[in-house]
Design a protein around this ligand. Structure first.
Ligand SMILES: Cc1ncc(COP(=O)(O)O)c(C=O)c1O
Length: 443
């Protein structure tokens, strides 16, 4: 019998339940993916027992001969793969990594220019109410008149506000980011350009999204999204970054430890190294190419069913649907789709009048289902299922400002969705499809 099963059946059973859930549904949250068995093995290794505060060759504790080699390997692989001057693989995750970057480059009160949350930015890009918008001043940009990023408008804003750092990054933007244009704007106003490529790292490595390395000073990526590694992050300083400030690599390292963190998670570092090795393979590239093809195929089918896609389509791995024409709230649609086995997330859309928890949009992406091996044919099926589900919940809207009424309606809608026969039927069909596509890392 498995040791965990014997020692802690409660946790064992919960893990098994999650394995079953992941196998039986379509995981379409664009920031999620399935790590390989090799990555999972490294995360679950004895490296997690070690304390390695410091850096290879300069640790605060003894006994780090192996940890040093693991970290050096991860750094070397990342430097080679991305072609950057300096890499730090120790950030615990993307949010602390961005905090480290700001601390290394800004003074309190300096300006961070980032994409507004409701237009697809991340909380750590200067949003009010987070550390990034409290210690620093967030200058939030939005889309231009054409409903996409307008680089002339961005330039005007940068010239007016003179931010110390510009963040080129999105979490819900279905179009490519023009890093060359961002680079020019940053250079014009003397700002650092941070490319937070967390969502699109895999696409960049496969050459299906423009690469920020020639234009950005600093690059941050989480390692668990399209890269398919463990939960973690890396901060990279480019040659351009070193040219702007030769001390930048040292400042980043210093703000990781002692500035922000204690001991690195050596097991995660090892798993990052494994993911970086996997990212050099032909099959990794093929999957990333297919991820984009699948997103485009899904967009085409959804448009056919009169779904309103923000920006009209996609160039990358994700889609953002504005559900207002379908007369259903995003949170309700997300619940109905989840009941049918299609897992995405409610998301604010441009000019959303609903609060974020009851946003009017639905975000979904193709990285995880592509990792399972699904292709255009399956995207067609998924779009059709989504259309059938959304049809069932048409009219389920929520008021923007009446909390009590919202609560009552939410309960009523959820009960209706749970017993909806058509949605249950779709869930069965989804499960049947999923059974044909094994999940890497799950037996
Ligand atoms: C662009 C971007 N930056 C930063 C983060 C934060 O990463 P984490 O959730 O690992 O803190 C995310 C996570 O969704 C992200 O999408």
């Amino acid at each position: 019998m498995n040791t965990l099963q014997k020692q802690d059946p409660q946790i064992y059973n919960l893990i098994k339940a999650e394995e079953k859930r992941q196998k039986e549904v379509l995981e379409m949250i664009p920031s999620e993916n399935f790590a390989s068995s090799a990555v999972i093995e490294a995360v679950g290794s004895v490296l997690m027992n070690k304390y390695s505060e410091g850096y290879p060759g300069a640790r605060y504790y003894q006994g780090n001969q192996v940890a040093d080699q693991v970290e050096m390997l991860a750094i070397e692989r990342a430097k080679k793969l991305f072609g950057v001057a300096h890499v730090n693989v120790q950030p615990y995750s993307g949010s602390p990594a961005n905090a480290v970057i700001y601390m290394a480059t800004l003074k309190p009160g300096d300006k961070i220019m980032g994409l507004s949350l409701s237009y697809g930015g991340h909380l750590t890009h200067g949003f009010a109410g987070t550390f990034s918008g409290t210690i620093f001043k967030g200058i939030q940009y939005e889309f231009g008149k054409k409903g996409i990023l307008d680089y002339d408008e961005l330039e005007k804003l940068a010239v007016k506000e003179k931010p110390q750092i510009i963040v080129a990054s999105t979490t819900a933007y279905p179009r490519t980011i023009d890093f060359a244009k961002f680079g020019k704007i940053a250079d014009k106003v003397g700002a650092y350009l941070l490319a937070d490529i967390s969502h699109i790292t895999g696409l960049i490595l496969a050459g299906v999204h423009p690469n920020p390395v020639p234009y950005a000073h600093i690059i941050m990526t989480t390692t668990h999204k399209t890269l398919r590694g463990p939960r973690g992050a890396m901060i990279m300083v480019t040659n351009k970054g070193v040219k702007k400030d030769p001390e930048l690599p040292k400042k980043i390292d210093r703000w990781i430890i002692p500035g922000m963190q204690g001991g690195p998670h050596d097991n995660t570092t090892a798993a990052i190294a494994v993911a970086l090795k996997e990212a050099t393979t032909a099959s990794f590239k093929k999957t990333q190419v297919q991820t984009v093809k699948n997103a485009k195929a899904l967009a085409k089918e959804l448009l056919h069913f009169n779904f309103d896609l923000v920006t009209g389509g996609t160039d990358n791995h994700l889609l953002l649907i504005d559900l207002r024409n379908k007369k259903v709230n995003g949170r309700i649609a997300a619940f109905a789709l989840e009941t049918a086995g299609i897992i995405g997330n409610k998301n604010s859309v441009p000019n959303d009048t609903m609060p974020p928890l009851y946003a009017s949009g639905f975000r979904l992406g193709t990285p995880a289902i592509t990792t399972r091996g699904m292709k255009e044919k399956e995207m067609k099926k998924i779009a059709s299922w989504m259309n059938r589900v959304v049809d069932q919940v048409e009219g389920m809207l929520l008021p923007a400002d009446d909390k009590e009424k919202r609560k009552i309606l939410m309960k009523e809608y959820r009960e209706k969705i749970k017993i909806n026969k058509e949605i249950r039927k779709i869930a069965k069909e989804v499960k049947e499809l999923c059974a044909k596509y094994p999940v890497p890392g799950i037996k």
